[in-house]
Design a binder for this molecule. Sequence first.
Ligand code: ATP
Length: 234
Amino acid sequence: MLSVADLVVRYGQITALDRVSILVREGEAVGVVGPNGAGKSSLLAAITGIVKAADGRVTFLDQPILGEVPEELVRRGISLVPEGRRIFGPLSVAENLQLGATTSRKGGRKAPTVDEMLDRFPALRALYKRQAGSLSGGEQQMLAIARALMSGPRLLLLDEPSLGLAPLVVDTVFELLEDLRKEGTTILLVEQNALRTVEFCDRTYVLRTGDVVMTGTREELLAQEDFSATFLGM
Ligand code: ATP
């Protein structure tokens, strides 16, 4: 579904991604883990047109997408849950959800209404008139995911959805991702929480200073001493 080949991202003299290649098949949940500064956010930013790639190719459903504006990618079926939620604090929960909706979608997918989305997130229904900025971190993360789902994406990209959340709330986020996966949403999950990510995902790529240094299933990665030593402190 998504193919990233030899992707290069530079910020001036800094090379954030140095010929990174990853593949996400339809229906898969694929993880990308790595320490601070590994290039995880840059990968999602380049895929979604937020930063310009210096080189490489990215295709979605066999169509090249590098250079497309973010709005066009939403129309094609890609939706991003950005790092730090980026919800609009002064607006209400319902208004934040409306902002996630897109009017001219391609590919015949059905986008949910705000009401349907509130059915799916009962906790948000109870808060729908509240200013989004007054919600807890976990509620804001749910809102950010719900907003991204408003465009009816086929591919959901998530940048560190567990960052700063209490363990119980992280469980809720992963349960939601599991439901989405069962419903057929393809997921590319970027996380610092390596153990949760490899446990959830079908396959995970390990990034380090702009390079893919390991890739595999949960079993394959946990069997590698280097993975356990780096990410799990074992
Ligand atoms: P984190 O988990 O801290 O967000 P990350 O793995 O997502 O890290 P990136 O944010 O993609 O990594 O950063 C990769 C490299 O690019 C780092 O060296 C970072 O300092 C640098 N970088 C990222 N954004 C910029 C920018 N706007 N200008 C200059 N350098 C940047």
